[in-house]
Design a protein around this ligand. Structure first.
Ligand SMILES: Cc1cc2nc3c(=O)[nH]c(=O)nc-3n(C[C@H](O)[C@H](O)[C@H](O)COP(=O)(O)O)c2cc1C
Length: 179
């Protein structure tokens, strides 16, 4: 399986990147191919809503680091969204990349894919994740993608906190068992 992992935290060694590391380790162990796109290391602009893509065969007018993933996004069998919860949703870093999917909406909606959500938050109550999960499910429904699993790590404000939990292992197990 071709897997595209998109991470949305500014912390190179943060909680959500630990989930990404573990998921990827499990997926590689199981023989999958993984391409990781860390938004923090790439320059991506928000969608301009210029509709250039509508008139120019799905080509986005902005030439930035989205160029690194257009083909991978189209070819991927699975897309993994990795994010810390910021104000009850995904981080802006991840959201702006997803907004850019707009240029190739029709292509993405025409090929079945699987999706995974790996998310972390500081609050210790499950409801803190609910708006993010609802958003993720709406994205999957719109794109006709199948949710293949979620790791929702609550009560993990920082790296030390998540390292003391089973969440990294859950992410590894999920990566290992996707099909
Ligand atoms: C701007 C900002 C907004 C946040 N909003 C929330 C929130 O709404 N709910 C929550 O539980 N934690 C919130 N947090 C805490 C982070 O989700 C938490 O520290 C997470 O583990 C950070 O992940 P990272 O290390 O991968 O960046 C917020 C943190 C920041 C910096």
């Amino acid at each position: 399986m071709n897997i595209l992992v998109i991470t949305g935290s500014p912390h190179k060694k943060g909680t959500s990147s630990l989930l990404a590391d573990n998921f990827i380790a499990g997926a590689l162990e199981a023989g999958h191919e993984v391409f990781r796109f860390d938004t923090i290391f790439q320059v991506t602009q928000p969608c301009l809503a210029c509709n250039y893509c509508r008139k120019n065969n799905h080509k986005c007018i902005q030439e930035d680091d989205m160029e690194l993933i257009w083909d991978k996004l189209i070819a991927a069998d699975m897309v993994v969204f990795v994010t810390p919860v910021y104000y009850f949703g995904m981080s802006a870093q991840l959201k702006k990349v997803i907004d850019r999917f707009f240029a190739i909406n029709d292509i993405l909606r025409s090929k079945p894919k699987k999706a995974v959500l790996l998310a972390t938050c500081g609050d210790n109550e499950a409801w803190a994740m609910e708006p993010l999960v609802a958003h993720y499910k709406a994205i999957c429904k719109y794109l006709h993608w199948e949710d293949a699993g979620q790791v929702l790590a609550i009560g993990v404000y920082d790296r030390a906190a998540i390292e003391a939990t089973q969440y990294p292992e859950q992410a590894r197990t999920l990566g290992k068992h996707i099909h």
